[in-house]
Design a protein around this ligand. Structure first.
Ligand SMILES: Nc1ncnc2c1ncn2[C@@H]1O[C@H](COP(=O)(O)OP(=O)(O)O)[C@@H](O)[C@H]1O
Ligand SMILES: [Mg+2]
Length: 241
């Protein structure tokens, strides 16, 4: 990490290009995210938002440029497996589909990572897991299986599971797009609370109200290029939602 004379840079993306089927689906993307800030990625479907997010934690490779995130550097081409493991410990990701383990209770979903990856003692993992479920409003549902929970509740378990690894950065890819408005509101409230707590986050969302409320910066991606970037008041002014 850099010195802390000024707000530290948590993510620095430089001239990133990703090529799939011979087309440049990301092209010359530059993006800087300061520690403790919230960036929302907006733009039309197919613009490259998911690909950019997935390049940030090594889920996808890129052809040109570099990504520095949470003190790790990813360069063009494949990363070493050990590096990817380290990056994913520090960079949490929450997807549109919650991907919880269906045979495990909420609390077991949350404690699995700390126990397996960090080798945390079961009792400690459990007490911290319960705190996290409380933080996302689900303390009562610790023993519930995912199938018995609503979509919004499952997504909040998924957020707690990601937080259990104490990530330096959280990436969200349309975390509410599979949810009805009330469930979306509950999930977004959790994300707003995380923002208040200083969690560095990048959130792909079509929810302009959320972006206006929580975003430090809004970045618009169109056809693989950053077309606009700035505060929500500037970028989303007059837009719908
Ligand atoms: N593996 C792939 N092969 C070919 N095209 C891809 C691949 N992954 C993504 N794309 C294309 O890249 C573009 C950006 O996709 P994506 O990052 O999912 O955009 P968004 O999340 O903004 O909707 C789309 O046109 C998509 O079809
Ligand atoms: Mg997408």
């Amino acid at each position: 990490m850099n010195g802390r004379l000024e707000q530290a840079t948590m993510i620095d993306i430089d001239a990133l290009a990703a090529i799939r089927s011979e087309s440049r689906i990301l092209d010359g993307v530059n993006l800087t995210v300061a520690e403790g800030t919230v960036t929302t990625l907006v733009g039309p479907s197919g613009g490259g938002k998911s690909t950019l997010l997935r390049c940030m934690n090594g889920l996808e490779t890129f052809a040109e440029g570099s990504v520095t995130i949470a003190g790790h550097r990813l360069s063009a081409g494949a990363q070493a497996p050990g590096d990817l493991e380290r990056i994913r410990r520090d960079v949490g990701m929450v997807f549109q589909s919650f991907n919880l383990f269906p045979h495990l209770s909420a609390i077991d979903n949350v404690t699995l990572g700390p126990r397996i990856v960090r080798g945390m003692a079961p009792a400690e993992a459990r007490s911290r897991g319960l705190e996290l479920l409380d933080r996302v409003g689900l303390a009562r549902f610790a023993e519930a299986r995912p199938a018995t929970l609503s979509g919004g509740q499952q997504q909040r378990v998924a957020i707690a599971r990601s937080l259990a690894m104490e990530p330096l950065v959280m990436l969200f890819d349309e975390p509410t797009s599979a949810l009805d408005p009330q469930m979306s509101a509950d999930v977004l409230e959790v994300i707003v609370e995380l923002a208040r707590g200083g969690q560095t986050m990048v959130v792909v969302t079509h929810d302009h109200a959320f972006a206006r409320r929580a975003a430090t910066q809004v970045v618009e991606l169109v056809a693989g290029k950053v077309t606009r970037a700035g505060p929500a008041t500037e970028i989303l002014a007059g837009g719908p939602g």
